[in-house]
Design a protein around this ligand. Sequence first.
Ligand code: PHE
Length: 363
Amino acid sequence: MDTSALKKELVELVEGASDMATLENVRVTALGKKGRITDLMKTLGAMSPDERKSAGAELNVLKDEISDLIEKQASQLKAQEMDSRLANEILDVTLSPRPERRGTIHPISQTMDELVTIFADMGFEVAEGPDIEDDFHNFTALNFPLGHPAREMHDTFYLPNDERKDGEAQKKVLRTHTSTVQIRHMMQNKPPVKMICFGRCYRSDWDMTHTPVFHQMEALYIDKNVTMAHLKGCLSDFVRAFFDIDDLPVRFRPSFFPFTEPSAEVDIGYWKENGELKLGRAPNPENQKWLEILGSGMVHPNVLRNCGLDPEVYQGFAFGMGLERATMLKYGIPDLRSMFESDTRWLTHYGFDPLNRPNRATK
Ligand code: PHE
């Protein structure tokens, strides 16, 4: 059987196929159920054994050659197609992302970044501690007496105990404040210590102004000659920088915390104009009002002792601030709960540009 004419014809068809659809038609023409080669295969049955042997072998070779050729042509066509797509569908990576698809930085994260830049300028480093704490770090080391109301079940989230190894000191709690990190940091670092820390805190509260989870910032400064004057200077500078009001009135009001002595609550000044809250010095002193924003004090000698420091040698101050409240005041956010709802409309409105983060050079 002479198949050279057929071969020539089929090779031309395959090589002439300039797209995948045409190539598929050629494949059907050559190798399909009613294809040219298939038709010839069907004639083998009528041949003499000798003829069948040589014609069969020739047809099989032809079939393999044409299949290989079709495969080769297919991969060439696919490569060409890819090349032309790459050439035509050019992506301009220098274009800015479409605004509707850009995420925003949550106001709490924005506040943390701003606080880092302010305290970095004053020489503070950033520390961390775990959300799941033990009784020792959350209460005992911080000089909370047994029976203190904060230790009650209805104020604090306790975790199930492992009866075999957990004594009272290891009782697990979701930390109720970031003051736990003071203890961890003092036990691990020699003074001078100058740190801030951020973290989630948990209390069994739920109303207009309290959620069971919220954020705090803690600051701690321990050295040989730290006094209440440092506390007042540092805190006044910080709140004025944070709220970006140079003459923001700052008031220190005596208070109590088990882990500081003396303790002071810090208030900032505001007044009302047409019912709207304005931070700052009231134009008429009679209208000056005060808002509490944080708790502070000189670290209690017992706390220093609990961390292995001699209170005759070292002193220092600490303070803790709720980040939600500070953020709401700074950016005029009315409802605390909206902070945790992940509503993208809220985030788009109150969120911040991810490509323009606060830093020490731009603030
Ligand atoms: N831990 C206190 C609170 O949660 C705040 C505080 C921190 C007060 C450090 C004084 C010193 O309310």
